[in-house]
Ligand binder design. Sequence first.
Ligand SMILES: [Cu+2]
Length: 256
Amino acid sequence: MLGAPERGQIGFLPAAGAIADDIQWLHNAILLPVTVGISLLVLALLAYVVWRFNEKANPVPSRTTHNGPLEVAWTVLPVLVLVIIAVPSFRLLTQQLVIPEPDLTIKATGSQWHWSYAYPKAAGGFSYDSLIKEDKELKPGDIRLLSVDNAAYVPVGKVVELDIVSQDVIHSFSIPSFGVKVDAIPGRLNKAWFRAEHEGVFYGQCSNICGIDHAYMPIEFHVVSQQAYDAWLVQAKKAFASADGVDVAAAPVSRP
Ligand SMILES: [Cu+2]
């Protein structure tokens, strides 16, 4: 599965899990019909008024200022529409905000202008920066403005908790296919979670204007099998352990 935009696409990115599925359902089954329905109703009313009550058709206008039943109706009907939207909407918010017991917690830190990922001690305890690939670094299969040098890897079917922070300005961590979009705020820890049910590569972008290179801090998550994830962990531990700086305990002591 590929969570990236296609040419000419107008719908959502493919959903990789239940929450993104529900978000798309809320939009397609509830919000879109409500929006289209209300727009058509208002358009029809306007057209009727223009046709029926213009100066020629209605030379002597009515002086009516109140109509009890009508006023009750145009208060109650919008309230009903809002309730119809609110029920699934609050259910969805609860799903997003009540985080189940995680199998893996990844800390994502936003910086001007890239994301860094830290894996917990249980997974090896390493962190690394994930930077956009410049045009000249793109290889076949890479996507311009979305592919990064060091992607994040997660196992399929597992609950992944994201701890999202920023070390400078407000960024926003967003992966549409996971139904995740949470602000990264300096000095504050925000949380999100997802359980990807499909293997694949899923892209996102910083979604809060954060400075001149806001458009150049994409997010790339690979959802892979448990074996592939374990294999990645082994090599990532090696690759990124040194990137964090010198391991003080293991550093050779220089003596005079
Ligand atoms: Cu940003």
